[in-house]
Each structure stands twice: as structure tokens, then as C-alpha cells.
Design a protein around this ligand. Structure first.
Ligand code: EPU
Length: 340
């Protein structure tokens, strides 16, 4: 069924109340194909498509003159299993965290560090989600996507997805050409626990467990995230609003002179990745509120909607922060959230 002028407030974690020109849900590839076929007669081919997963990484600044397709493809299926590993094919509409919990409860390793990331399975390769020392690409095998123009299903392997830091080919060269319908991941039955990210190690110690299992790591990550990141059901937000910037050696050395304790992560060719949250906090923005929105008090990388904020208000706040960080540190922050 295709509906018109539907409020998107329940479908974006910032809780922004804008309307979509047209809206339809799909639970299978066939339902998706039906929606695309009916697009001609019921919506008009000139109306661009907008595929919505969990709505957890978008900021809507205006009514969307788009045909919004809400992905509800479910299902987790074992497609290959050996003594040491299992490959799961997962419907792209499955909530990411439910998939993570499914694997953790089986004791399979690979995605436990990515517990509690909001959003859907289909969005996970889109921006190569990452947290606490792990990235989607570490377990990714392949994905299936519907090519919108031809209505054919195409398979992409890891190389073809061109993963980068919060990047993939689907955000660049192939933008708006495909709808991801399933993603396959390889999990390990003899998990290698990754607690290199400092906070995980100390959080596991607090749990007081005898053995460090994938469940313990998942629990530790959930505890850390719950302590720092606001729950979108309580306070509208889209996780990290900005990317962590990579800067040249000379910009880094300038900052180091004034702030010898600046957190930094060495990159190739002498460049350094900085923590955007740290820069924003040092510039005095942490916990600051302007109108109905603000900078989260426990994690400066997260912008929050205190209720009733418009997307434009939040966007304007982000522009103020970007300009201030540029003038104070000579660093250009990029938005990680997709703006519409
Ligand atoms: N920091 C501050 N002040 C803050 C926030 C952070 O000084 O308000 C400092 C921390 O003390 C630490 C450094 O900045 O030294 C890094 O902070 P943290 O470990 O919290 O991670 P992050 O760089 O702020 C990134 C991801 C998160 C992910 C965490 C954990 C990006 C843009 N963000 O945040 O991802 O959960 O690491 O791995 O890469 C997301 O993408 O939505 C997201 C939440």
C-alpha cells in the first residue's frame, strides 16, 4: 500500500516531525518490486526514492519530496556452517542489535563489540558501522541488493563494497541505485575476544566474570554505551553527529603545543585522527543547550533534541560548532549523519 503525506516522526531517532510525499513498507523483495512498479502510476517516476532503515543516522530538515520505502525484510538464516564458523544471511530490515544479540546468545563471535548500535542490518554496510575496536567489514561476507532500474538482484563481495571509515560504495558511486535486501556475515565459533579498546577492559573487570566470553564483551559494551549515549526513545539523537577528523602533521603539532594530552590515533603518512568529541568539549560546547536542541552532556559528539526541535535548528547548531572548531583548532569537522 502506498500512502501520501505521512509524518516521519516515528521513523527517525531524532524525532523530527516532517512529512514524506509518499510512503510504503516492504517485508520481502517481491513487495519491494511491487512498490517500485506502482511508483509509476501512484507516485510518479519524477519523485526520488528514499530507503529508510532504522532512521538512526539521518537529520530531516524539511518535508521530504520523496517516495519513502520503509524496509521491514526480516529473517536470519544459516547458509554455511563448519566446526569453526557459521555464515548467516540476515534480512536487511532486521534491527542491528537484535542480530547482535542472536549471535551473542549462540556464543558466536565477531559482532559483540558492535552491541547496541542503533539502526538496521541493511544500513550496517552502507556506512561500515564501527565501535570499540571493531568494524562491520571484519565479519562481512557479501550482500544482495536490488538494482532499482533493472529490478535485478546483484551480489556484492567485500571488495566491491569499497569500505572505508563510515563509508562504502553505496554512499558514493552507487548512491541511490540499490536497495540492500540481505547481508551475510561470518561469525566464529572459537571467538577471538577483542578488548583492546581501553574502556571495554575496565568495564569487564567491573562485571566480575570468571571467563571473558562474547556475552561479557557485549554486556560491557552495552554498559558503556548506556552510560554515555542517550537512548533515542528518551532523548532524540542520531549517535555521533560528526566524524572523527584526520588532520595533517602540522595541524596536529600546533594543537599538541597547547594541549599535550590531546587524544590522537596515528594514521598513514604522518596524519593523525583526532576525537571530534574531545575538540567539541574543549571548545566549551559539551552540555550546551540552544532552544530545543543541544550538545549531549556526557558525549560531546552527540547532538540531542530536547523535544520539538526542528531539523533546521539542529543543523544550525551543528554549523555553529563546525565554525567554532575551525576557528579554534583549524580543523574542519564533517557531519557523519546524513542530512536531508
Ligand atoms: N572525548 C572527550 N569528550 C567527549 C567525548 C569524547 O574528551 O565529550 C574523548 C574521549 O575521552 C576519548 C576520545 O574522545 O579520549 C574518544 O572518545 P570515545 O571513545 O567516546 O569515542 P568517539 O571517538 O567519541 C567513536 C565513534 C562512536 C563509537 C565510539 C566507540 C565516530 C564518529 N564515533 O566515538 O560511534 O561508539 O567511537 O568506539 O567514529 C556513531 O558512529 O554513532 C558512534 C556512536
Amino acid at each position: 500500500m502506498i500512502e501520501h503525506n505521512i509524518s516521519l516522526k516515528p521513523y527517525n531517532t531524532f524525532g523530527i516531525d516532517v512529512k514524506a510525499k509518499a510512503f510504503g513498507r516492504f517485508k520481502s523483495v517481491d513487495e519491494l518490486k511491487d512498490l517500485l512498479q506502482n511508483r509509476l502510476s501512484k507516485v510518479g517516476i519524477e519523485t526520488p526514492l528514499f530507503v529508510l532503515g532504522g532512521g538512526s543516522n539521518i537529520l530531516l530538515t524539511q518535508d521530504l519530496p520523496f517516495f519513502v520505502l520503509k524496509n521491514e525484510i526480516s529473517g536470519i538464516e544459516i547458509i554455511n556452517e563448519t566446526e569453526t564458523s557459521v555464515v548467516l544471511k540476515v534480512g536487511s530490515g532486521v534491527e542491528w542489535h537484535s542480530f547482535v544479540r542472536y549471535t551473542v546468545e549462540k556464543g558466536w563471535g565477531g559482532v559483540e563489540n558492535l552491541s547496541l548500535i542503533p539502526g538496521s542490518v541493511g544500513a550496517s554496510p552502507m556506512q561500515n558501522i564501527g565501535a570499540y575496536g571493531a568494524e562491520l567489514k571484519d565479519t562481512f561476507v557479501s550482500l544482495e541488493a536490488l538494482h532499482i532500474d533493472s529490478a535485478e538482484i546483484h551480489t556484492f563481495n567485500k571488495e566491491q563494497c569499497q569500505f572505508g571509515y563510515r563509508e562504502s560504495v553505496f554512499k558514493r558511486a552507487l548512491k541511490n541505485q540499490y536497495v540492500i535486501v540481505s547481508v551475510s556475515y561470518k561469525l566464529s565459533k572459537n571467538p577471538k575476544i577483542n578488548t583492546t579498546y581501553g574502556a571495554i577492559q575496565s568495564e569487564i573487570e567491573k562485571l566480575g566474570v570468571n571467563e571473558i566470553t562474547v556475552e561479557a564483551v557485549s554486556q560491557a559494551v552495552m554498559n558503556i554505551r548506556r552510560s554515555k549515549l542517550p537512548d533515542p526513545k528518551v532523548l532524540g539523537n542520531a549517535g555521533s553527529f560528526f566524524k572523527n577528523p584526520v588532520v595533517s602533521k602540522s595541524v596536529f603539532e600546533q594543537i599538541l603545543k597547547n594541549y599535550p594530552d590531546v587524544p590522537h590515533y596515528p594514521q598513514e603518512q604522518g596524519e593523525e585522527k583526532l576525537a571530534a568529541g574531545w575538540l567539541i568539549e574543549k571548545a566549551g560546547w559539551k552540555g550546551k543547550r540552544i532552544g530545543n536542541c543541544g550538545v549531549h552532556e556526557k558525549q560531546a559528539l552527540v547532538l540531542v533534541n530536547y523535544g520539538g526541535a526542528s531539523g533546521q535548528e539542529i543543523y544550525d547548531l551543528s554549523a555553529l560548532i563546525i565554525a567554532d572548531i575551525e576557528s579554534k583548532f583549524g580543523v574542519s569537522l564533517e557531519r557523519e549523519v546524513n542530512i536531508f
